[in-house]
Design a protein around this ligand. Structure first.
Ligand code: AMP
Ligand code: MG
Length: 309
């Protein structure tokens, strides 16, 4: 490699380790994923603590190394001294060795916005679905999600004690997506993934309008988008507001990196500039391919109810 690595490669290489550290913090605070913990009182307090420490770790680690980048996190954190052991200084050498796509090789810190959700999947965690918990670091340039890192701290928890817990998936537009196994790609079956705990009649009518062969429900926007990337689902359909930019940016970038698409229910892209509204108010429609098929089937009533930004 000639010269020093491009800023975007350095940022994603750091974000990889930072997401792993945050995932480890989440696991440690939540007692290594013991399911019993969610039945005890105080599960919500533990979750809040895990979320706060993980977000402190992510934001402080990235802003020390990349001070001019705008970082937007889910939680409003008090301006307090961060404990030094929360700081992650490492990076993924494997990512750093990759060549930055030419169109991003000259990016500057001031041009990037990083969207952070240190703990997606709260409701699912409190109900014991630990594999739906994710740590999300999404990177946007000119309003578009171009790179993302997702750590799933409890990936493999169903395998029981001694299992190697956790997985980190990452991707970059123009480079591809890494850290997961592609399932046999679905060709003829429409498998729609949607919400577990934020459903209503409009949401379900919209799913039905897609004429799915199968409907699956998991918690978290990013968990569902990973299902698309892995080839386990063909469309993520959520005809409701409620989901926020920090919940979609990282996974949308990974989906973009494998040729997929995420829009609102009208087929319009969301913008990830620093000054946008945080809510994805017009729902989520994400696909690996055949996006138009799904957009064309969204009922008029949904389009009238959910206005694009
Ligand atoms: P779900 O598919 O229900 O897991 O929702 C995807 C993401 O959007 C999750 O991070 C949820 O917390 C968020 N979300 C969706 N609907 C709502 C809502 N009505 N209130 C708060 N958060 C929501
Ligand atoms: Mg959160």
């Amino acid at each position: 490699m000639s010269g020093s690595p491009a800023l975007l490669m350095r940022l994603v290489a750091s974000a990889f380790n930072v997401a792993e550290k945050a995932g480890a913090i989440v696991r440690t605070v939540l007692h290594s994923g013991e399911l019993g913990i969610v039945e005890k009182t105080g599960a919500n307090d533990l979750k809040t603590l895990a979320e706060r420490l993980a977000q402190q770790s992510i934001c402080a680690s990235l802003s020390r190394r990349f001070p001019k980048i705008t970082i937007i996190g889910e939680e409003e954190l008090p301006d307090e001294e961060i404990k030094e052991d929360l700081i992650e200084n490492g990076h993924s050498e494997e990512i750093l060795q990759k060549t930055c796509p030419a169109e991003y090789s000259g990016l500057k810190e001031e041009e990037l916005v990083v969207w952070v959700d240190a703990f997606e999947g709260t409701k699912e965690y409190l109900k014991g679905f630990l594999n739906n918990v994710t740590v999300l670091i999404g990177i946007a340039y000119e309003g578009r999600a171009i790179a993302g890192v997702i750590n799933q701290p409890f990936y493999n928890y169903q395998l029981g004690p001694g299992a190697d817990l956790g997985r980190t998936t990452w991707g970059m537009l123009g480079l591809g997506a890494f850290g997961f196994q592609l399932q046999e790609v679905l060709r003829d079956r429409r498998i729609v993934t949607t919400t577990c705990f934020h459903s209503n009649k409009v949401v379900m009518d919209c799913v039905d309008a897609m004429e799915p062969h199968e409907v699956i429900r998991v918690g978290g926007a990013s968990t569902k988008i990973i299902q698309l990337v892995e080839g386990k689902a063909s469309a993520y359909v959520f005809a409701s507001s409620g989901c926020k930019k920090w919940e979609t940016c990282a996974a949308e970038a990974i989906l973009n990196a494998v040729g997929g698409k995420l829009t609102d229910m009208h087929g319009n892209a969301y913008c990830y500039n620093a000054d946008v509204t945080h809510m994805n108010s017009a729902g989520i429609l994400a696909t690996l391919r055949n996006h138009e098929y799904y957009v064309n089937r969204v009922p008029q009533s949904v389009l009238q109810a959910l206005k694009s930004d």
